[in-house]
Design a binder for this molecule. Structure first.
Ligand SMILES: Nc1ncnc2c1ncn2[C@@H]1O[C@H](COP(=O)(O)OP(=O)(O)OP(=O)(O)O)[C@@H](O)[C@H]1O
Length: 880
């Protein structure tokens, strides 16, 4: 008997691992919600700091400016009185900001850097702005360098130029620098030094064009001379386009008439430097026009402009992107240069300067060059900027459900169960070496080490008999426990513990997870939090009889994702044939939901619309694959990585791809009504969509073989079973029995990675979901839900309409795209206008009927019959 003693100290010994039923230990594990660190990192703290620095900047500015007028009187008093008297006495000063203002200004000016002290106001200002806005509007390090330089240079220059007077123009620092330098290189030397440094800085910073006139004077002579001077016919021919190009666009940009130099070096620099933040702001406005955001789109994006103008702008940008290549190349290339002398005169310097931008312009074409190309640091594109004030839901919106308190298992219950197990096994002549108990939230696992010589297979064969003898509901025997060689008997607890989602989300494991789509599913028997990455699963099939916890399970998954992802990173497609289960999420439509264009409701309840949506998702998947292919990436992570590093051009259709999670709450219902029409796109998505960031969560009450078909099952390696009514159902969903033994209310088996784990699903109640949805819904969202591509059912009679009178509402826009780009390509329409293939195809047919494009030429683009926009406008007017 003593050999079979129950290890009641077992839970104690497991304390460090966290599986202990001791409530104190659990509390420690689960309540790290309020962290001082987080408070410091809190956005509000930053805003307070921002306000502080801005006011400090204003304060200094006023004090300094006032000092300029009051310094004479105030200086006397500051010299005369001690600091103590100044601060605590009753000295009257004239500075607008009182004694402190006079004291601070005096120290900055007199003992410091003189008039250059204003640079400190600037410094506080940029720090303040950066804190308040919450991102790097001004580059701090770069500005600090300028400020340091300014302090030295301005103080010294002022001391040199006007240092003799009473006012401390250069401050103590300027005087000291000036004194040393004049002693060292003399007055003239100092003046020259200051001029050299000053001009060098100005040139470095602004890269003035004052060099151009010199160089422009020479080229006009060579240009006319180039043709006659070039002895070779080729050189003559080449020189002509050079001259033509020079005279055309770039010359105008330079205001001169020689037009030799090329602007791109400036453009490159400007793009890389401080112009980036404003560009991002502009992109945001663009969000509804073009599906992609434009990380390096130039700042001119007139949202009010007519579509044609926008297109024109875009085209110009494209031209600028591509044309400078050949244009620069003509200028730089030695092809024309090595020949006779006239070109050699001025151009070697330009060649050295201008070659780099040419390669940079080719970045989209030549992938391999990128790693070795010296990349200037560029701010990565931040997709969350569109909703940069978005606040993640806070944990106080969720309930604890007393989850901390209840998990103390009655020792008498443990003892009773242990004895019953030992006695039952004895009846079958199975003696035990050791037995231990692990108390979980729903069940307690009794782990048995059989005595030497007892074969596990024997216990396994007796599984049903043992279960019957123990006659407790929901007993599950695991013989052997994989990887352990022991036998597990799970016995339901009399008192169950709710696993609150709040605790799981507060756990370190969840908070610090770097998974793409982390979902807090529940707790294992040893109380370990089971947190998985939906992106790796990559899809989830959930089944369970009615009332066993499926809906709660879906809410748990959705809420977990809402706590971790920004609206720009994740979109849900919600299918809810029961019409009530997911309706709460309507509030977050403009943040997290995706829908078909033209639909009012983002939550899909109608079977026909489900079919359209699933097909639209398939189109989105295909479009994403095209983008991935063009970008030379294998999955969404790599693609988005490249996009955020600004290595993909949004003008070529690239965009940041949010994850899309499709949730179908009652799959059986759909299969019953639509059969293959639903099964096929689901199977296709399940097979292919993981790499492009589309993941499915499919739930069903009826896990029968005609619903969870082989095709579906094969593509859902991760499956979850709540309690089901029969062993057959359990086998259908998990390929193994056991789910019929579960005890309901969120008790579940998860089959994932070839393992079967019993979990207690985390609980989140409807009011909690509601408050999370409200919290998100009350914040500023996107103008509309995320739009899926258009899908037009081929069987739909409207779909084949080619009559001009009934043409597509997007007809004009499509015509403009085609004419401005001069490319009769259906895929261009798809990408630019985010349309499905069918609709883009129909539009093409309509454009053909209107004589805007020529007939279909197979895999080649159609010929564009209209050359200019005015021509197009005429045609459109005639069509009206
Ligand atoms: N994880 C859980 N922890 C504790 N209780 C739970 C849990 N999940 C479900 N329950 C309880 O079970 C009840 C039914 O759950 P739920 O509504 O999720 O079932 P369901 O399977 O979706 O049912 P139906 O298919 O009829 O909608 C809940 O109201 C709740 O009281």
């Amino acid at each position: 008997m003593s050999r079979n003693k129950l290890k009641t100290e077992k839970p104690e010994s497991k304390k460090p691992k966290g599986p202990s039923p001791n409530p104190d230990v659990l509390k420690q594990d689960k309540e790290p919600e309020v962290k001082v660190k987080e408070l410091v990192k809190d956005e509000r703290t930053h805003k307070v700091m921002g306000v502080f620095f801005l006011l400090l900047s204003v304060y200094c500015f006023i004090a300094f400016t006032s000092y300029l007028f009051t310094w004479e009187d105030d200086q006397d008093k500051i010299f005369h009185y001690s600091t103590r008297e100044l601060f605590f006495g009753d000295v009257k000063v004239d500075n607008l900001l009182g004694r402190l203002g006079a004291y601070v200004s005096h120290n900055f000016f007199f003992y410091g850097v003189g008039i250059a002290a204003y640079l400190f106001c600037y410094f506080f200002f940029i720090i303040g702005i950066n804190f308040i806005v919450g991102r790097r509007v001004f580059r701090v390090w770069r500005n600090v360098k300028y400020i340091l330089f300014g302090l030295l240079f301005i103080s010294m220059a002022m001391a040199f130029a006007v240092g003799g007077g009473d006012f401390p123009w250069g401050g103590a620092l300027g005087d000291a620098l000036n004194k040393w330098t004049t002693g060292f290189v003399g007055k003239t030397g100092t003046a020259l030094l200051l001029l050299v440094v000053g001009f060098s800085w100005l040139i470095w910073k602004f890269n003035f064009d004052f060099k151009w006139p010199e160089k422009k004077i020479k080229p006009p002579k060579p240009v006319p001379a180039a043709a006659p001077a070039a002895p070779v016919a080729q050189a003559t021919a080449a020189a002509a386009p050079v001259a033509a190009i020079k005279d055309d666009p770039r010359k105008n940009g330079l205001k001169g008439d020689g037009g030799v130099m090329v602007i791109p070096p400036h453009e490159e620099e400007e793009i890389d430097e401080e112009d980036l933040p404003p560009m991002q702001l502009v992109e945001r406005e663009d969000i509804t026009v073009i599906p992609s955001h434009a990380p390096y789109m130039p700042p001119v994006m007139p949202d009010a402009a007519a579509p044609a103008e926008i297109e024109e702008d875009i085209m110009e940008e494209e031209e600028e992107e591509e044309d400078p290549g050949p244009l620069l190349y003509i200028e730089e290339t030695p092809e024309q240069l090595p020949t006779p002398g006239n070109k050699k005169k001025n151009e070697p310097q330009e060649v050295a300067f201008e070659i780099k931008p040419t390669f940079q312009d080719e970045e989209d074409e030549i992938e391999e060059i990128q790693p070795s190309r010296p990349v200037e640091p560029v701010d990565p594109y931040d997709p969350s900027l569109d909703l940069r004030d978005y606040k993640f839901p806070t944990l106080d919106l969720l309930e604890n459900h007393n989850a901390d308190k209840v998990i103390v298992q009655d020792t008498s219950e443990l003892e009773k169960n242990k004895n019953q197990i030992i006695d039952t096994l004895k009846n079958y002549d199975i003696s035990i070496q050791k037995i231990s108990a692990t108390v979980g939230p729903t069940v307690t696992l009794y782990e048995i080490v059989p005595a030497a010589g007892v074969r596990i297979s024997r216990i396994k064969n007796l599984e049903d008999d043992i279960a019957l003898s123990l006659s407790a509901l929901g007993i599950r025997i695991i013989a052997p426990i994989p990887g352990k060689g022991t036998i597990g008997i799970e016995v339901p607890n009399v008192k169950k513990t709710i696993v609150s989602l709040k605790n799981m989300l507060a756990s370190e494991k969840f908070q610090s997870s770097t998974m793409d789509l982390p979902i807090a599913i529940g707790k294992k028997i040893d109380n370990e939090n089971f947190i998985a990455d939906l992106a790796k699963m990559p899809h989830l099939l959930m089944a369970g009889a009615t009332g066993q916890g499926k809906s709660v399970g879906i809410n748990t998954l959705l809420v977990s994702l809402l706590y971790k992802k920004h609206p720009s990173q994740l979109k849900f497609v919600l299918v809810d044939p029961k019409k009530v289960e997911l309706s709460l999420y309507k509030l977050i439509e403009k943040h997290f939901l995706a829908k078909l264009p033209g639909e009012d409701d983002a939550i899909i309840t109608d079977t026909k619309k489900v079919i359209h949506t699933l097909n639209a998702l398939c189109i989105e998947m295909d479009l994403r694959y095209d983008l991935l292919k063009e970008a030379g990436t294998r999955n969404i992570r790599e693609y988005n990585g490249k996009f955020t590093q600004r290595r993909l051009n949004p003008l070529k259709g690239h965009r940041y791809l949010p994850f899309i999670v499709l949730v179908v709450d009652e799959f059986a219902d759909l299969i019953m009504t639509a059969g293959k029409e639903v099964e096929m796109p689901i199977a296709r998505l399940a097979q292919l969509a993981r790499a492009v960031g589309i993941h499915l969560i499919i739930a069903t009450q009826r896990p029968s073989v005609n619903i969870i078909t082989g095709t579906i099952k094969a593509n859902f390696p991760a499956r979850v079973a709540f309690k089901v009514s029969s062993k057959i159902d359990s086998r259908t969903i998990l390929d193994i029995g056991g789910a019929e033994q579960l005890i309901g209310q969120g008790d579940m088996l998860v089959s994932f990675n070839g393992e079967l784990v019993r979990l207690q699903c985390a609980f989140v109640d409807t009011p909690e979901v509601e408050s999370v949805a409200e919290f998100i819904g009350n914040q500023k969202g996107y103008p509309d839900a995320f739009l899926l591509p258009e899908y037009v059912d081929d069987k739909d009679p409207d779909g084949k309409e080619l009559s001009i009178a009934d043409r597509d509402p997007l007809f004009e826009e499509a015509a403009q795209v085609i004419v401005t780009t001069q490319q009769g390509s259906t895929s261009l329409l798809q990408r630019r206008m985010k349309l499905g293939y069918n609709r883009a195809g129909r539009l093409m047919d309509q454009l053909e009927a209107a004589n805007i494009v020529g007939p279909n030429m197979g895999s080649k683009a159609r010929e564009v019959l209209v050359r200019t926009e005015s021509e197009l406008q005429e045609i459109l007017n005639n069509l009206l």
